[in-house]
Design a protein around this ligand. Structure first.
Ligand SMILES: [Ca+2]
Ligand SMILES: [Ca+2]
Ligand SMILES: [Ca+2]
Ligand SMILES: [Ca+2]
Length: 505
């Protein structure tokens, strides 16, 4: 009888989506007698919290990949054999694609967990394994408003009155007299239209997790380094270019480059690294891997979200994650008021994991285009994830949303599933399964199409952008404004970031 081996030959601790989250000291325990495989690891991240007042917390979404032959495959969890230090708890969703690890009671501060254990599905053979972690924020089930009476095409109830969502079922309307909660007027819809989104469409009422930060350059680099030659070719500008060739572009603080060229004849994938300091030595302390990753058009964003077992969020969820349950204020930004930074951003420790700004706080902090200032620095590209946040910063100083999500206003734009057509409201919130198509694109039922070779018009395939960005005027950061023309947005791909969500279970 063939013996079952589950061995860890070579673990590669991965710094992923860094605002200081990391998995380290990973190894495997295999029990032949009862055929259980357990991964052991340490896990740490910064500025963690759990609040009884807002009923929310941050969490790590932890998942694993193993190398089967030449290809990296998703390693499902069993949901069993979970051990964590006191004060922390875990949830493994029903599809077993990863685990949420978070505080079990109220508290704040940095997290340093040693000796974490989770059971994974045993495999035949010996494999390399990589562990990944993304910081997430739990958005609790609650009623909330969409629209704030300001901003073009903002959602509304009566004209200039916010719509209230109190259920997971809503009606999308235009021009029809209809009273009460859960009736959301979307002026993009055809005249006298009334639609019910698909069952499962996330109206924002139910609880969900959303990434605390826009995806970092290290996060996308680590993803690229697990793909096949063909998948890399679909999702980058170059696989076989010389060392130092840009993965996307040399502009707008895009630092991912080819570190080891791929080989066309053998279809050997490339290895990518970050090189902000331009010396072709990769992933050094000032190579910018903590900067949010631009150039993530929908096909790149969708592929990433499928691969990490998350999903896109809807425009309604965007407003919930920003505004919380409170009554809207007209023209409010994501930090809850209309106050705005009036200075040019002044940088310190640029391109390092401590990249920060030295400005005195005089309004809501964000990275946007200010026509009244010399904004050559700010408009040069995205900044480090969480650049404005400290352990004690308030919402204005950190630019945080009601629930503590970072950079939802400015920096890079947020891809959202829209409500203005069936390509959007047919979305059923299915999660990615950890694997891509052979050709490198997302393949999840009823997601907005992620293969650019199939898309006829990007404006009618279900995706729009919210929240503004480093090169847009402040009005684009209005929490309610809905002016994205995705075909146009894609002509400036440097403004497009990646952020995902997951339905809470
Ligand atoms: Ca370098
Ligand atoms: Ca270089
Ligand atoms: Ca943003
Ligand atoms: Ca898939």
């Amino acid at each position: 009888m063939k013996k079952i081996y589950f061995l860890l030959l070579f673990s590669m601790p991965i710094l992923c989506a860094a605002n200081g989250i990391k998995i380290s000291n990973m190894n495997t325990t295999y029990n032949n007698a009862n055929n259980t495989a357990i991964l052991n690891f340490d896990l740490g991240w910064e500025n963690s919290w759990r609040s009884n007042q807002s009923g929310n917390w941050d969490a790590a979404w932890v998942f694993f990949k193993y190398k089967d032959g030449t290809d990296w495959q998703h390693l499902d969890l069993t949901g069993n054999n979970i051990t964590l230090p006191a004060g922390y708890t875990a949830t493994v969703p029903s599809d077993h694609k990863g685990v949420f690890i978070y505080r079990s009671s109220a508290g704040t501060g940095n997290v340093n967990l040693t000796g974490c254990q989770v059971g994974v599905t045993p495999q035949f053979g010996s494999f390399d394994i990589k562990g990944f972690a993304l910081e997430m924020v739990y958005i609790p089930q609650d009623s909330f408003y969409v629209g704030d009476g300001g901003g073009n095409y903002a959602y509304h109830f009566t004209t200039n009155t916010p719509a209230k969502i109190t259920s997971s079922t809503i009606s999308l309307l235009k021009g029809i007299s209809s009273n009460g909660n859960n009736n959301v007027y979307d002026d993009y819809l055809p005249a006298n239209a009334s639609y019910s989104p698909a069952s499962g469409f996330p109206t924002g009422y139910n609880a969900f997790y959303i990434m605390k930060y826009e995806l970092s350059q290290s996060g996308f680099r680590d993803f690229l380094n697990c793909l096949t030659y063909y998948q890399q070719a679909a999702l980058t500008a170059s696989v076989t270019g010389a060392v130092g060739t840009a993965a996307f572009s040399n502009n707008y603080r895009s630092y991912i480059e080819i570190a080891t060229p791929g080989i066309s004849a053998s279809k050997t994938p490339a290895t990518y690294g970050c090189d902000a300091n331009g010396n072709n030595t990769f992933d050094e302390g000032n190579d910018g891997e903590w900067v949010a990753c631009g150039y993530l058009m929908w096909e790149r964003t969708a592929a990433y979200l499928d691969w990490v077992g998350l999903r896109p969020f809807t425009e309604l969820e965007f407003e919930k994650a920003c505004r919380g349950p409170v009554v809207p204020k007209t023209y409010q930004y994501v930090w809850g008021n209309t106050s705005l930074l009036s200075d040019t951003l002044l940088f310190a420790y640029k391109n390092s994991d401590s990249e920060s700004v030295t400005n005195t706080i005089n309004g809501g902090m964000a990275n946007f285009y200010n026509p009244n200032q010399n904004f050559s620095a700010a408009s040069a590209g995205p900044v480090r994830n969480g650049i404005f946040a400290t352990a004690t910063s308030n919402r204005n100083a950190s630019g945080a949303t009601y629930y503590g999500v970072m950079e939802m206003g400015g920096n890079l734009t947020e891809h959202c599933v829209y409500t203005r057509g069936s390509e959007g409201y047919s979305f059923t919130a299915e999660h990615g399964d950890g694997s891509l198509s052979f050709s490198g694109y997302s393949n999840v039922n009823l997601w907005p199409e992620g293969n650019p070779n199939i898309v006829n018009s990007w404006n009618s395939m279900g995706i729009t952008n919210r929240g503004g960005c480093f090169s847009y005027y402040p009005a684009a950061m209005d929490l309610s404004i809905r002016i994205s023309d995705y075909s146009t947005d894609r002509t400036n791909p440097e403004i497009l970031g990646c952020r995902g969500a997951r339905t809470a279970e």
